[in-house]
Design a protein around this ligand. Structure first.
Ligand code: AMP
Ligand code: MN
Ligand code: MN
Ligand code: MN
Length: 284
């Protein structure tokens, strides 16, 4: 496929289902993507591969091209970084075992978040979050946030994060996720392409961002989300420049979680700047 044709394709390579903290079942994500005009879709649940089989089957049924993916939680410079893996083999033992380890840590962390919120005067939050988590192995801060909204503590999910769930707030707990090198290694070992997710969302100094890029590329990382549902136009331009300067492939990603929680719906992101090489050149 020519570069212009690749750019014209409606690709959406990052979104979530009920297997992590999305609102729609995997087949529901696929159906919504198809209805929205997506032509190439990756499902990328947090630290989980459990939705990929059903999503791939649903996509085949609808004639939608599908890329198996994952969003891996990583610790780097006191910040949590998300690395998306695209085109991975969901049966690969290395990535299966690595993600299993992350989920065990996540479970212990959820208990600590519950305790921290109880100490701040909000009892029962772990049980509440669990009611929102369709997958008991995958409780995310988003589930805590939904519970706090449903129980009337805060008006919306964004406000819960601001007041309770980010560093420095009472429900935030430190946690050690995977290393950057392990995450990229698992993705590559499973035949996939590693992508830095929503780079503008990290609170990193310019020097730490450069170090992140150095280590990511040295580990075999190849792509970055330039267009993301979590990016403003200015942020998009900033990371388009990074992609050019570092020779990285560019991704386009809504990071859709659900209708009422996501600023950008499936397939509704802006196009990539036309000189960048889309990461989906690898999958077409
Ligand atoms: P966790 O992986 O448990 O730390 O949870 C991270 C998830 O929480 C993200 O993937 C989003 O779904 C959600 N999230 C993080 N920050 C915010 C925010 N400021 N507003 C709304 N949702 C957020
Ligand atoms: Mn999420
Ligand atoms: Mn993310
Ligand atoms: Mn995401």
């Amino acid at each position: 496929m020519k570069l212009a044709e690749l750019h014209a394709l409606n690709a959406d390579l990052h979104c979530h289902s009920t297997v992590s903290d999305g609102w729609l079942e995997p087949a529901g994500v696929v159906a919504r993507a198809k209805a929205n005009g997506v032509e190439l879709l990756a499902l990328t649940d947090h630290d989980e591969l459990g939705g990929l089989g059903i999503a791939a089957a649903a996509a085949a049924e609808l004639g939608l091209r599908f890329v198996p993916g994952v969003e891996v939680s990583v610790s780097f410079a006191d910040e949590t970084i998300h690395v998306v893996g695209l085109g991975i083999d969901p049966q690969d033992p290395g990535i299966v075992a690595g993600l299993q380890q992350i989920r065990m840590g996540r479970d212990a962390r959820a208990a600590r978040i519950g305790q921290a919120l109880a100490d701040a005067g909000i009892p029962g939050a772990l049980e509440g979050a669990r009611r929102f988590a369709r997958n008991p192995a995958l409780v995310s801060r988003a589930h805590f946030a939904r519970h706090l909204v449903a129980s009337g503590v805060m008006p919306d999910v964004r406000t819960v994060f601001e007041h309770y769930l980010v560093r420095g707030k009472p429900g935030f707990v430190d946690h050690e996720w995977a290393s950057l090198e392990d995450a990229v290694g698992w993705i590559r070992g499973a035949g996939g392409v590693a992508v830095i997710a929503h780079p503008a969302r990290y609170r990193l100094s310019n020097a730490d961002m450069e170090r992140l890029l150095d280590r990511f590329i040295a580990a075999g990382g190849e792509a970055i989300e330039v267009v993301s549902g979590a990016h403003s136009e200015d942020e998009m331009r900033r990371f388009a420049t990074v992609a050019r300067r570092r020779g990285l492939l560019a991704s386009r990603a809504s990071d859709f979680h659900g209708e009422n929680e996501s600023p950008v719906d499936l397939g509704r992101c802006n196009p990539l700047p036309s000189d960048l090489t889309p990461v989906w050149s690898r999958f077409i």
